[in-house]
Write a protein that binds this ligand. Structure first.
Ligand code: G3P
Ligand code: CA
Length: 332
């Protein structure tokens, strides 16, 4: 299958530097999770722009493949929850098995680039602002990289990008080499060099290993589920192929009955062996923020910063920056 994501100007773009490892006196990297997805439909150009305007150091797009070999920014290959696909392509509804579960819906790999471009994004969380639904399109990886470069110029600082490949194991079996597609386009954009403002991430360990193989100069993060082995032995195994871990925040600050408990020593143990740590996902709504913070999201941001998180995935970069300016002052 042809790699469709590369555009010619890419090779002319020079990578700028952004460190993935923060000096300890600075605040954690603010990672605009799916863009400023607390405010706008996620994985849209508009959500990434807003994240950077709000102070994000990195933008975090997830990618799924189209039928004809483009990588599109979506959290799931099933498009029904986050777009208007049911209205635009009702006839394309089908059933597929993902990771052992049968799902009914519309799947990115059944749509061409031109069909994907007919879709508009929707806010998937019902308790968030729905007024921007059906306004914004779905960007490709190339479009997100072009945006990253132009936002870096506009804001006069190097904006980082931390892309995640979704379900790479599922697609590998179907001969969609997502890692190869991504690494080729990163090379074309000169984002494969040491110091590039790029971190790669995936939940699938084989995918992380393959990305590290293809982009050896780029930090690779293994995303862990809540039941992952984070013993010293488990961390040492991860260290053999990854530079860092992305962890559910509850592995760092456990929560019981809405109460945030005593922090674990995970960050300290990971740092001891040279793994960076990125908790996900800090969100201000009561559905996500433990009640013991009293509705004050700044307390949560500051807690993870004080515990030494290297970066935090957050849907509301503005609240993170405000916390790091006002509640627990730390420079960028
Ligand atoms: O990539 C970090 C975090 O985004 C993982 O969770 O499901 O939001 O992609 P998810
Ligand atoms: Ca993600």
């Amino acid at each position: 299958m042809l790699l469709r994501n590369i555009i010619i100007v890419a090779a002319l773009v020079t990578a700028t530097s952004a460190s993935a490892q923060r000096p300890s006196d600075k605040h954690p990297l603010i990672i605009g999770h799916r863009g400023a997805s607390g405010y706008l439909p996620d994985h849209t150009i508009e959500a990434y722009e807003l994240a950077v305007a709000q102070g994000a150091d990195y933008i975090e797009p997830d990618f799924v493949p189209s039928k004809d070999g483009y990588l599109f920014a979506r959290h799931e290959p099933e498009l029904g929850l986050s777009t208007n696909v049911a209205e635009v392509f009702p006839e394309k509804k089908t059933k597929k098995t993902f990771e052992g579960k049968e799902i009914e819906g519309w799947f990115s790999e059944d749509f061409t680039h031109d069909e994907m471009k007919k879709l508009r994004a929707r806010q998937p969380f019902p308790f968030r602002d729905q007024s921007h639904n059906d306004k914004y399109g779905i960007p490709t990886l190339a479009e997100v990289l072009a945006l990253r470069a132009s936002l870096s110029r506009e804001h006069k600082r190097s904006i980082g990008i931390i892309p995640e490949l979704k379900h790479p194991d599922h697609y590998r079996k179907r001969l969609y080499p997502l890692e190869g597609w991504m690494s080729q386009i990163m090379e074309a954009w000169a984002l494969d060099r040491a110091g590039s403002p790029l971190i790669v991430q995936a939940f699938d360990a084989d995918s992380v290993k393959e990305m590290k193989d293809k982009l050896p100069n780029i930090p690779a993060i293994h995303l862990l589920e809540g039941d992952a082995d984070v013993s010293d032995v488990g961390l040492a195994k991860i260290k053999a192929y990854a530079d860092g871990i992305g962890v559910p925040k509850s592995l760092i600050v456990p929560v019981k009955n809405g109460q945030a408990g005593n922090p674990t020593d995970l960050i300290a143990r990971a740092h001891r062996i040279g793994l960076t740590v990125y908790p996900y996902t800090l969100r201000p709504e009561k559905q996500f923020l433990p009640a013991s913070y009293g509705g004050d999201a700044s307390k949560e941001y500051c807690q993870y910063a004080r515990l030494g998180a290297d970066g935090i995935f957050t849907d509301t970069p503005d609240l993170a920056l405000k916390a790091f300016h006002e509640s627990c002052p730390m420079p960028r």
